[in-house]
Design a binder for this molecule. Structure first.
Ligand code: GLU
Length: 508
């Protein structure tokens, strides 16, 4: 008889291990544990769209066959490049200029030979997981990425429940998105797909029920499309403006929202140094992922006097022990239309490095700001830093956590480290409700106070440090023993959520 195969660990159950440890420690009400153990709602649905025509590069071996094919003259403005080498042809492009084709192949001057792929309908898998609403409307981002799954969205939605409780904003937790790589679609296609997504999402969300925001692969532009689709035809559309946050400031977004996640992380890091009687000036840091969170955190930390020494992303890595100019790197990644992967790879002013070398760069702070599960046991062994400050959601595996603890590398867990985004989302939502517009200074002052006081509370829980004064009383959160930071954060979240069930009770 063959021995039974070891069961593959389910990623959702694995992610919930910290929840169960914290629940055991604080003796969480068993019924509250059941309420939180699984999401309230798990929506899976599909959106269909019609793709635009594409030019697909043909194999080098076939080039000789078309040696005699003349150049076609399609204006540059009618072509949009995608990062896989294809080009989108805008509608009507083939009717302008001189076009020559042979077996559906076309030659474009200076670009090469392509197969013309006519636009086809496509079905895309869509999700929205609503985890918990005990503390307020469901809240959480919309992710467009090829590697999403129901289990991943369940993890991310539950993480929003913990994060909103830790940030002490009156929201619950949710997350959703589409299974696609947005870099493989034109702007028009993404807009059409997003409109269709919101068309179907409309009866699942709302400004007082579930409020989406940007996440990996989405931004203010996607939020604007979602807003428009949601409010189209409404008599008083302004009343629904708070249905999404992370909007452009000109259409009801908040000052400071784009930078908020990076800003919140920088406040935590600044406070970490302060608590040790040190200054952040001159501290070296490395960043994995140079999207919204990574690039803004880097910019703010550099302004505070810290030095960026290495960056890595899905398509490359760079290092310079003398410091990388954050402004110039941001230009290279985000403002260069030729950089279709939006990667730091190939940045000419620093040395190229492998992913392994990236993690073992000597520094004070390592900032994972890309996707989940990047710091596993092996990576945690390689790190040569004093502090891991999590900008991404769920970047460290449980093995990684164990190694960090045993190596005494300190941790700013994601649920406080990246809570700046959802905190300013809350400010945006209030401003929308009140028809107000706050200055960036007002927003950042509030954000700094909120992030630092909740971060301090988590540190107190972690160190079992009792403080009772007129303005600060942490006595109801301590558990009578020291606990790791991630567990301390979860304890804070669960105590705040449990209070709602304890005080309000359950409706039958
Ligand atoms: N996607 C961000 C996060 O993971 C922001 C969510 C929000 O503002 O609702 O925290």
């Amino acid at each position: 008889m063959s021995s039974p195969k070891p069961k593959k660990k389910n990623i959702y159950l694995e992610a919930m291990e910290v929840f169960h440890r914290a629940a055991d420690l604080i003796d969480l009400d068993p019924r509250v544990r059941l309420e939180l153990e699984q999401p309230d709602f798990e929506h899976i649905f599909y959106v269909t769209t019609h793709l635009q025509d594409r030019l697909q590069p043909i194999a080098q071996d076939d080039h000789a066959k078309y040696a005699k094919l003349a150049d076609s003259d399609i204006p540059e403005s009618m072509l949009e490049p995608l990062y896989d080498g294809c080009w989108i042809i805008k509608p009507g492009a083939m009717r302008i200029g001189s076009v020559h084709t042979e077996n559906g192949v076309i030659r474009i001057a200076k670009k090469g030979l392509f197969k013309i792929k006519r636009g086809q309908p496509e079905r895309i898998k869509a999700y929205r997981v609503q985890h918990n609403q005990a503390r307020g409307p469901y809240k959480g981002g919309i992710r467009y990425h090829q590697d999403v799954s129901l289990d991943l969205f369940k993890i991310l939605a539950s993480e929003m429940t913990w994060k909103t409780a830790i940030a002490n904003v009156p929201f619950g937790g949710a997350k959703g998105g589409l299974k696609l790589d947005p870099r493989l679609y034109s702007k028009e296609e993404l807009q059409a797909i997003t409109l269709r997504y919101m068309y179907k999402l409309k009866n699942m969300v709302g400004p007082n029920f579930d409020i989406p925001a940007p996440d990996v692969g989405t931004n203010g532009e996607v939020m604007a499309w979602m807003l428009r689709q949601y409010t189209d035809g409404e008599r008083e559309p302004h009343k629904h403006r708070g249905v999404v946050t992370g909007k452009d400031v000109r259409i009801g977004g908040s000052e400071g929202r784009v930078k908020a996640t990076g800003q919140g992380l920088a406040y935590c890091i600044e406070d970490w140094f302060l608590a040790r009687g040190k200054s952040i000036k001159g501290a070296r840091f490395i960043v994995q992922g140079f999207g919204n969170v990574g690039s803004n955190a880097a910019e703010i930390l550099a302004k505070m006097g810290a030095k960026l020494v290495a960056v890595n992303d899905a398509d490359g890595g760079i290092a310079d022990p003398n410091g990388i100019d954050v402004g110039r790197l941001t230009q290279y990644v985000h403002a260069n239309p030729k950089n279709l992967r939006r990667s730091v790879g190939g940045y000419p002013e620093a040395q190229a490095i492998s992913k392994d070398d990236f993690w073992s760069q000597e520094c004070e702070i390592a900032i994972p700001a890309a996707l989940g599960k990047e710091i596993d046991g092996n990576v945690a062994e390689r790190l040569r830093c004093q502090l891991v400050a999590e900008g991404a959601n769920n970047p460290t595996t449980s093995d990684g956590d164990e190694v960090l603890e045993s190596r005494k590398i300190e941790l700013i867990p994601d649920v406080i480290g990246n809570a700046g985004g959802v905190t300013v989302s809350y400010y945006e939502w209030i401003q929308n409700k009140r028809m107000e517009h706050w200055t960036e200074q007002e927003v950042n002052q509030k954000l700094e106070r909120a992030i630092k006081s909740n971060y301090r509370l988590i540190r107190d829980i972690s160190n079992d440090r009792l403080e009772r004064s007129a303005e600060y009383d942490n006595s109801s959160f301590l558990v009578g023993q020291k606990v790791p930071m991630r567990l301390a954060a979860m304890i804070l979240a669960l105590k705040r959520i449990e209070a709602h069930y304890r005080i309000e009770g359950f409706s039958q």
